[in-house]
Design a protein around this ligand. Structure first.
Ligand code: SAH
Ligand code: SF4
Length: 398
């Protein structure tokens, strides 16, 4: 299927060195007729110093720098938008050389800074509450584009050379657009570069990968990368989860829970985070909370309750604050930490239409028009989802 194609090569024929593993970089250096140790020097300049130009690489002789510049570039995606929220959250709209765009979000907190990284343009899956799920998948990101998001953020946060423990960018969550375990090879390659101690150097303890439940890839992810795992659970019975997280039809809750129990390296100090989006009247009852606690028995876990983030045409509403508190208290009393994720950067995420509808009282005519538009959007999204699911069923993905 065309959508899964990798990004095309650069028009000028030069190769971007960002996203090459150490071995690949050595092979490139050899191809260029240079000594092996040049690869190590380049690694330092690219990932520790954040160089984007060979000319600044003072440890390399001028002819070497010129040769490299003829054959290679050190490139990141271009930030075509740089939005800043009142609460300090930043969102970059990053454009790749082929014109595709993704979003990367930086969330500063008192003692850390977290970067939310995308793994695909769009997503193959169709979770009903997720805006990305209504987009047709365009393509997987390659390792260059995944590492490139981290480098772009470091550029904008002015955090080169990479500090030993990070200041503004200390943590990474693979929670942007896309399902990272459906693009595992590229995600793994990228995260290994990000974790390398002689470069960006963000440790596996500070990286969390979120999956909607791609059961067969979970163990490999734990064995090979050892990062923290977050699982988008969102429903406690197959009937509901089949509907709102359609991947459940392929990997039902029982199998998912077993894969969680088997996740390498779990302990009370290293728990799985279960994400649970609070959907009013759908999954937010105390009976759901009770079943959630029962399901998690024996798994070192914490539960992250996420207030539903509305988007135009979404077929759900967010649970009330009161219900979220009741749900959280129940889970807490059962012995599980259950922080409610504070929505960050709402002002920059919610720029389309919402501010206006809050500040002006719409006329009856405008309300009817808005309702019709909402229904039309829902129908359009439902059609897109149905079309995508037909393709996924035909290719055996679902
Ligand atoms: N594809 C992966 C990672 C990206 S999504 C996954 O699904 O886990 C990051 C988290 O945000 C997931 O738990 C996802 O289910 C949740 N999410 C998606 N849409 C949301 C919305 N509208 N409101 C709140 N959370 C949402
Ligand atoms: Fe959205 Fe994640 Fe579901 Fe994809 S897998 S549709 S990104 S929630």
């Amino acid at each position: 299927m065309k959508e899964f194609a990798p990004p095309p090569p650069r028009a000028d024929g030069r190769v971007n060195l960002v996203g090459l593993s150490r071995d690949d970089l050595e092979a490139e250096v050899a191809k260029a007729g240079l000594e092996r140790f040049r690869a190590r020097q380049l690694w330092h300049w690219i990932y520790h110093r954040g160089a984007t130009d060979f000319a600044v690489m003072s440890t390399l002789a001028k002819p070497v720098r010129e040769k490299l510049a003829d054959l290679y570039v050190i490139d990141r995606p271009t930030a075509v938008k740089d939005l800043k929220s009142e609460d300090g959250t930043r969102k970059w709209l990053a454009r790749m050389p082929d014109g595709q765009e993704i979003e990367t979000v930086h969330i500063p907190e008192e003692d850390r800074g977290t970067l939310c990284v995308s793994s695909q343009v769009g997503c193959t899956l169709t979770c009903r509450f997720c805006h990305t799920g209504t987009q047709r998948l365009v393509r997987n990101l390659d390792a260059t584009e995944i590492v490139g998001q981290v480098m772009l953020a470091r550029d904008h946060l002015d955090e080169w050379p990479a500090p030993p423990d990070g200041r503004m960018l200390s943590n990474i969550v693979m929670m942007g657009m896309g399902e990272p375990l459906f693009n595992y090879a590229n995600v793994a390659k990228a995260l290994k570069i990000v974790m390398d101690g002689e470069g960006i150097a963000i440790s596996k303890r500070r990286i969390t990968l979120s999956t909607s439940g791609v059961v067969p890839m979970m163990r490999q992810c734990g064995d090979e990368l050892g990062v923290n795992l977050a699982v988008s659970l969102h429903a406690v019975n197959d009937e509901l989860r089949d509907r709102i997280v359609p991947l459940n039809r392929k990997y039902p809750i029982k199998e998912l829970m077993q894969a969680c129990r088997d996740y390498p390296g779990l302990s009370n100090a290293r728990r799985i985070t279960f994400e649970y989006v609070m959907l009013k009247g759908v999954n937010d009852s105390l009976a759901d909370a009770r079943e959630l606690v029962r399901l998690l028995r024996g798994i070192p876990a914490k539960i992250n309750l996420i207030p539903f983030n509305y988007w135009p045409g979404a077929p759900f509403e967010c649970s009330t604050d009161e219900q979220i508190t009741k749900f959280a208290n129940f889970v807490n009393n059962a012995g599980y930490a259950s922080p409610v994720r504070t929505p960050r950067g709402r002002d920059i995420l919610a720029a389309c239409g919402q501010l206006k509808s809050e500040s002006t009282k719409p006329t009856a005519q405008a309300r009817i028009a808005a309702l019709e538009a909402h229904k039309a959007l829902q129908a359009e999204y439902a059609a897109q989802v149905a079309e995508k699911e037909a393709v996924l069923a035909a290719t055996g993905t679902l």
